[in-house]
Design a protein around this ligand. Structure first.
Ligand code: PGA
Length: 248
């Protein structure tokens, strides 16, 4: 029913040469004829042009890990959505838990980034998720739905539904802990319900320590349409194996 999406978020890793090597191995290993699954890789900003060139002949898409909420001006160190489009990006992460936590991004800022990205023609991947404390306090759905509502309020429901949403429990990102397929599905189905009729075909990804050994069960859940993979996407064979589990 859905075209699935598998995203490799490389975070802040590697030299240009390593990035190009990894991208080339993925381009070689990924089945270009696959209509059911799209692979997208998200290198550090500085490696985007080299990686885009390395996968140019493949079906692999490129995304960025962050974007400015502003379109141009005196914003030292920032990168605009137009610049990302210009370098061949199709997607951008907004509201990744590492940026919310370490760069103090509020849900309002995340909404502004979402709007800037979409206005420039990028597809935002809106990342949402609860902390361990919030899960233990039974606030998971409340927290996730508030994070989504903040974007819906500013960007409109229709625009959120045509983007991608990634549920990433903060306690599972980069920790080796994964939500059980059941835990993940419960949140995904709550997100689907929040979006209503307009969100029936919105791509919902799961992220948080996805590996080849746990991916199949997660991807088998009815409201999980793909994955956002960090650590395991830095190794070509592992990432290809994960992607192939969606195909199955
Ligand atoms: P992880 O990262 O797979 O290393 O937990 C997920 C992410 O990029 O958010």
């Amino acid at each position: 029913m859905f075209k699935s999406l598998i995203v490799g978020n490389w975070k802040m890793h590697g030299t240009a040469e390593e990035a190009v090597n990894l991208a080339s191995q993925l381009a070689e290993g990924w089945n270009a004829g696959n209509d059911a699954v799209e692979m997208a890789i998200f290198p550090p900003f500085i490696h985007i042009p080299a990686v885009a060139a390395a996968v140019a002949k493949s079906t692999i898409s490129i995304g960025a890990q962050n974007v400015s909420e502003y379109s141009a001006g005196a914003y030292t160190g920032e990168t605009s959505a137009e610049m990302l489009v210009d370098q061949g990006c199709k997607y951008v992460l907004v509201g990744h838990s590492e940026r919310r936590a370490m760069h103090n991004e509020s849900s309002e800022t995340v909404a502004e980034k979402f709007i800037a990205a979409q206005s420039a023609g990028l597809i935002p991947i809106l990342c949402v998720g609860e902390s361990l404390q919030q899960r233990q306090g039974n606030q998971t759905v409340e927290v996730v739905s508030a994070q989504i509502a903040a974007v819906v309020e500013r960007a409109g429901l229709h625009n959120v539904c045509r983007a991608v949403i990634a549920y990433e429990p903060v306690w599972a990102v980069g920790t080796g802990e994964t939500a059980t397929p059941n835990q993940a599905q419960q949140v995904h189905s709550a997100i689907r319900a929040q979006l209503g009729e307009a969100g029936q075909s919105t791509q919902l990804l799961y992220g948080g320590s996805v590996k080849a050994e746990n991916a199949a069960e997660l991807f088998a859940q009815p409201d999980i349409n793909g994955g956002l993979v960090g650590g395991a996407s830095l190794e070509a064979v592992e990432f290809l194996n994960i992607a192939k589990l969606i195909e199955a």
